[in-house]
Design a protein around this ligand. Structure first.
Ligand code: FE
Ligand code: FE
Ligand code: ZN
Length: 300
């Protein structure tokens, strides 16, 4: 099983991210090159990158299982403000070159939100923006993420297929289990869903899975992630996906919420990933997950 989680990317860059992933017992990871909600970015440090790759090799973390995520303020769909649209394109280009420097082959991208534009026009804007972003043939592949269709989000299976078909460079897809559930696809019979995915997009386009439970029912269009086994999708379905023979080479990345408490104004929250990965490795649901997380981290 190839399993990991979202990890931080701080002053120690990819080296710190890999160390964090290892502390969770992971053999895959995903990071943002800076805060996901802004575009402030530091230069990539060559030495730290080399050390990170050496550590990956030592611990059998394959390069294809290290994934970057573009910040979600990039919106390629809305061209109402041409300057903002161009800024998104330029920033995506910079992210692609940062990924090359980091030796990372995949970057996950939210296609964008139409914010008032007709969907057809929004999709065309995304296609144009991607063609511009990829004109220098970067080595890093963009993976379009399936979205919950919250608000005016673009990102149903059909919409991703439309984009893939009209962009000149090859793209891939990142399947987010919470998002497809919230968008209205029934994934409880996962083999049936995979058939649908294969018919609409094609399984060969799938390079990453975001393994999340959902706080809301199918077709709720909410996008609120829940801890594994603590949402409406449930442990059994998520465990089936994590161990599915057709998906065995694809990294599964947890983006489940931190658990914890607010102490006065200082928030103390703890990552759930070590225990969620353990549950999936043992294929056994831990009904005391929250307590175990508190026990582990409160003592530190
Ligand atoms: Fe995402
Ligand atoms: Fe996701
Ligand atoms: Zn989400």
């Amino acid at each position: 099983m190839i399993i990991g989680s979202h990890v931080s990317f701080t002053s120690t860059q990819l080296l710190g991210s890999v160390k964090e992933a290892l502390s969770y017992g992971a053999n895959a990871l995903m990071f943002y090159t800076g805060a996901p909600q802004n575009t402030l970015r530091k230069e990539i440090d060559e030495e730290l990158t080399e050390e990170a790759h050496a550590l990956m090799k030592e611990n059998n973390i394959e390069r294809k299982n290290v994934i970057c995520h573009a910040p979600y303020i990039i919106n390629l769909a809305n061209k109402k403000d041409p300057e903002k649209w161009q800024f998104s394109i330029n920033f995506l280009k910079e992210e692609l070159s940062r990924c090359e420097k980091l030796g990372v082959d995949y970057i996950v991208l939210h296609p964008g939100s139409s914010v008032g534009l007709p969907e057809k026009e929004a999709i065309q804007n995304i296609i144009d923006a991607l063609n511009l972003s990829l004109e220098n043939n970067p080595s890093c592949k963009i993976l379009l993420e399936t979205m919950a269709k919250k608000g005016t989000e673009i990102g149903s299976l059909e919409e991703l297929k439309e984009i893939i078909d009209h962009v000149h460079s090859p793209l891939g897809v990142c399947l987010d289990t919470c998002h497809v559930n919230d968008a209205g696809y029934d994934i409880k019979d996962f083999d049936e869903f995979l058939k649908v995915f294969d018919e609409i997009i094609g399984l060969q386009y799938l390079f990453c899975i975001h393994l999340n439970d959902s706080k809301n029912p199918c077709a709720s269009h909410k996008d609120r992630h829940a801890n594994i086994g603590y949402g409406t999708i449930g442990f059994e379905v998520l465990d089936t996906i994590a161990h599915h023979p057709k998906l065995k080479d694809i990294p599964k990345i947890l983006e489940t919420p931190y658990v914890g408490e607010s102490l006065e104004d200082k928030k103390r929250i703890y990552p759930p990933y070590y225990f969620e990965i353990k549950m999936l490795k043992e294929r056994k649901w831990d009904d005391s997950l929250i307590e175990h997380i508190h026990e582990k981290y409160k003592l530190q």
